[in-house]
Design a protein around this ligand. Structure first.
Ligand SMILES: NC(=O)CCC(=O)C(=O)O
Length: 298
C-alpha cells in the first residue's frame, strides 16, 4: 500500500458560474465579467480561490457556429479577457471552453489561468459529442470540430494536481483514472460541460458520482444555464460538485446562478484510508492505465 499522501493541501473554495451564452460574443464576455465580480464580492464561504465557467461560454453551442466564433490561442480576445480577469482578481480560472482555430482546424478548448494571468493548462476536448438518440437528440461535433489528442493533468498552485476534461469526455473513465493515480495523484476532475435535456436526466449525476467514487476524488461539473427563449441547444444546467465519497455537496438549478463549494483537503486521505480501493488495485491482473503509454499534457 502506498503512503496516505494528501493530494489536496488545505481547502479550496470554488465558485461555478452557470450562465447562458447568446450570439453576441462581447455581451457574453461582459456577462462573465459581471458574474465573476459578483461571485467574489458576495461569497459567503470566504475568499474564492477558483472560478469555473461552462462549456462554450462565449458562443452558441452549435456545430454551424463554432468556426465563426473560433479564435487563436493564445493571441485571441477570449484568452486575453480570461487572463486579465484571473490577474485582476488574483484567482485561478478554469475558463470553461470556447472554439479554438489552429492551422484551419477547430477544437473545443479549455484554458486554465493562474492568479498571475498565465495559462496553466490547455485541454482540447478529446471525445467529440457525436450521438443520435431517436426522438431524443442528434448532435455531431465532428462535422466541424477536430478532437484533442491528450489527457490533461496539471498543478493548481500549492493546492495540488487536478485533471480536466470537457463534457462528453466524462463518459470515458480513463481520463479520471489517469489523473487520480500515480504519478499525478490528483484531488479532482473538473469538467466544463453542457449536457442536454435528454441525456442530462439520464446520466449527468450518475457520471459525476461514478468518476468521484471510482477514483475517490472530487468531481466538479459546470454547465451553461437552460436557454428556453434562445431556442437552440437546451443545456441541462445542474452544475454539480461531488465529494470523494460520491456525495453531492452542491448543485445548481436550471437558471443562471453562482454555485459555491469548499473542497476539503482532509477528506481525501480519510476516504482513501477508510475504503482503500485506491491502494488495492490488482495491476497484476490488469494494466495500470497511468503507467501505460498515455499522452498527458501537464
Ligand atoms: N457537450 C457535450 O459534450 C454533451 C455531452 C452529453 O450531453 C452527453 O450526454 O454525453
Amino acid at each position: 500500500m502506498s503512503t496516505l499522501k494528501a493530494p489536496l493541501t488545505g481547502n479550496l473554495k470554488i465558485a461555478l458560474i452557470q450562465i447562458k451564452a447568446g450570439s453576441d460574443k462581447a455581451a457574453n464576455l461582459l456577462k462573465v465579467d459581471k458574474f465573476v465580480e459578483n461571485a467574489i464580492k458576495n461569497s459567503k464561504i470566504g475568499k474564492i480561490d477558483l472560478i469555473m465557467l461552462p462549456e462554450c461560454f462565449n458562443s452558441p453551442y452549435a456545430v454551424d457556429q463554432f468556426r465563426k466564433y473560433a479564435e487563436n490561442i493564445p493571441n485571441g480576445e477570449t484568452t486575453n479577457f480570461l487572463s486579465n480577469l484571473a490577474k485582476k482578481h488574483e484567482i485561478f480560472i478554469i475558463g470553461g471552453s470556447f472554439p479554438e482555430i489552429s492551422l484551419d482546424k477547430i477544437y473545443n478548448t479549455s484554458l486554465t489561468f493562474g492568479p498571475d494571468g498565465d495559462i496553466l493548462a490547455k485541454h482540447r476536448k478529446a471525445h467529440l459529442f457525436d450521438i443520435d438518440i431517436p426522438n431524443g437528440i442528434t448532435f455531431k461535433e465532428s462535422i466541424t470540430l477536430d478532437a484533442g489528442d491528450q489527457a490533461t493533468v496539471f498543478k493548481l498552485g500549492s493546492f495540488g494536481n487536478i485533471g480536466l476534461g470537457i463534457c462528453y469526455d466524462i463518459r470515458f473513465p480513463e481520463l479520471a483514472q489517469i489523473a487520480s493515480r500515480n504519478p499525478y495523484n490528483s484531488f479532482g476532475m473538473f469538467y466544463p460541460g453542457a449536457f442536454n435535456t435528454t441525456t442530462g436526466p439520464l446520466h449527468w449525476h450518475l457520471l459525476a458520482r461514478s468518476r468521484a467514487v471510482d477514483n475517490q476524488m472530487y468531481s466538479v461539473l459546470c454547465s451553461p444555464a437552460r436557454d428556453v427563449e434562445g431556442g437552440g441547444y437546451q443545456a441541462y444546467g445542474h452544475s454539480l460538485v461531488v465529494d470523494p465519497t460520491g456525495k453531492i455537496i452542491a448543485e445548481a438549478g436550471e437558471e443562471e446562478e453562482i454555485l459555491y463549494a469548499e473542497l476539503e483537503g482532509d477528506l481525501l486521505p480519510k476516504v482513501r484510508s477508510g475504503i482503500p480501493v485506491h491502494y488495492q488495485r490488482r495491476f497484476d491482473i490488469y494494466p495500470d492505465i497511468s503507467k501505460s503509454d498515455v499522452r498527458v499534457s501537464n
